[in-house]
Design a protein around this ligand. Structure first.
Ligand code: NAP
Length: 294
C-alpha cells in the first residue's frame, strides 16, 4: 500500500518543488494549506488538500489521520518553534511513523542569527519526537535571487548587503529532490541523520553577477550596499521588521565568512552533482529579463 505523505508549507517555494519531485512516485500526497482558496496549486500537483493552520493546534488533527510521513516545514517567524511543536504533537497523536524536517544551515543554539537559533529548538524537539526522523539543513537558496529579478531586468544591477561574502548556495530543486529521496527510501535508511545541503561551490555575488551576465547576454553588476540601505529597501517593500532583522543577522554572518561552506551531501543523496549557479540562471533567464521579474 502506498504511504501517505503530509506536506506542510504546501504553497511555498520548497514544498511546491518537493511535490514536483514526488510526481509519479508511489506515494499519496496530502497538502496542508491555511485557506481553501490556496488549494488549486497543490491539487494540480496531484495532492489531496486539507485545511489547517500551524498556529492553531486544534485545526490540525484531521489532517494527520492515516498519514505515515510528514514533511515538516515551518515558516520564517518567531512562532516557528510553536508551529513545529504543533506538528510533532499532531503527528504523535495520529501514529505517524516518520518526520522529515526542513531546518537551515548552521542551526545551533549559538548560531549568529535568530532563524538558526529557532531552528535549533525545533531540531532538538524533532530528534526526541519518538518517531523516525531526518533533518535537512540547506544553505542559502539560489531562488532568493529571484527577489532581485525586477532590479536586474530593469537596471542590470542588484544590491545586497553581502559585501564579498562567499556562500555555498543551493538550488531549491535539489533540496526538494534530496527530500524526495529521503521520503522514498525505507524509513530506517535516513533515520537519525542531519544533512547539511549546499550547492557544488561557495560563491561571491560578483561571481553570481558574472553568471547572470553570461546567461542573459548583457552586463549585470552586483552593488554591495550597507545594512542600513538594505533594511530601508526591505521595509519600504513591506517586509516585516522581524524578517528584516533576521536577514541583516544572516548578512552580517555571511560577511564574516560564516556561510563559506560546501558539502558533498547533496551529491551523495542525488547520485549526481547538485545544480550549479550557471544551471539556475540559465533555467530562470526569463524571470531576470522581464521587467516585473515574472
Ligand atoms: N530562504 C533561504 O535561503 C532558506 C535557507 C535555508 C532554510 N530556509 C528555511 O526555509 C523555510 C521557508 O521555506 P520556503 O521558502 O519554501 O517558505 P515560503 O515560500 O515562505 O512558504 C511558507 C509556507 O508556509 C505556509 N505557512 C505560513 N504560515 C503558516 C501557518 N500558520 N500555517 C500553515 N502554513 C503556513 C505558507 O502558506 P501561505 O501560502 O498560506 O502563506 C507557505 O506555504 C524556513 O523555515 C526557512 O528558515 C530558508
Amino acid at each position: 500500500m502506498s504511504r501517505t505523505v503530509l506536506i506542510t508549507g504546501a504553497t511555498g517555494t520548497v514544498s511546491a518543488a518537493l511535490m514536483n519531485a514526488l510526481e509519479g512516485a508511489d506515494v499519496d500526497l496530502r497538502a496542508l494549506v491555511r485557506e481553501k482558496s490556496k488549494a488549486d496549486g497543490p491539487r494540480e500537483q496531484g495532492a489531496e488538500v486539507v485545511v489547517g493552520d500551524l498556529d492553531d493546534a486544534r485545526s490540525l488533527p484531521a489532517a494527520f489521520e492515516g498519514v505515515q510521513d510528514v514533511w515538516l516545514l515551518t515558516p520564517n517567524g518567531p512562532r516557528a518553534p510553536e508551529n513545529n511543536m504543533n506538528v510533532v504533537w499532531a503527528a504523535r497523536q495520529a501514529g505517524v511513523e516518520r518526520i522529515v524536517r526542513l531546518s537551515v544551515v548552521g542551526a545551533a543554539h549559538d548560531a549568529p542569527n535568530r532563524s538558526g537559533r529557532l531552528h535549533a529548538l525545533s531540531d532538538r524537539e524533532t530528534e526526541r519526537c519518538g518517531m523516525r526522523w531526518t533533518i535537512l539543513r540547506p544553505h542559502w537558496f539560489m531562488q532568493n535571487l529571484l527577489n532581485e529579478a525586477g532590479d536586474i531586468a530593469a537596471t542590470g544591477t542588484f544590491s545586497l548587503n553581502m559585501a564579498s561574502a562567499r556562500i555555498g548556495m543551493i538550488d531549491v530543486r535539489d533540496i526538494a529532490e534530496c527530500a524526495a529521496r529521503v521520503l522514498l527510501d525505507d524509513p530506517d535508511r535516513h533515520h537519525g541523520q542531519t544533512y547539511t545541503l549546499t550547492g557544488p561551490r561557495s560563491l561571491t555575488f560578483d561571481q553570481v553577477a558574472d553568471q547572470l551576465s553570461l546567461a542573459l547576454g548583457r552586463s549585470i553588476t552586483y552593488l554591495p550596499v550597507s545594512d542600513d540601505a538594505k533594511r530601508k529597501t526591505l521595509l519600504g517593500y513591506g517586509v516585516p521588521r522581524w524578517i528584516a532583522d533576521m536577514l541583516e543577522e544572516y548578512a552580517q554572518a555571511y560577511v564574516s565568512g560564516w556561510g563559506d561552506v560546501a558539502t558533498d551531501t547533496a551529491a551523495d543523496l542525488l547520485g549526481r552533482p547538485p545544480r550549479d549557479i550557471a544551471d539556475f540562471v540559465r533555467d530562470h533567464a526569463a524571470a531576470f529579463t522581464s521587467a516585473d521579474g515574472d
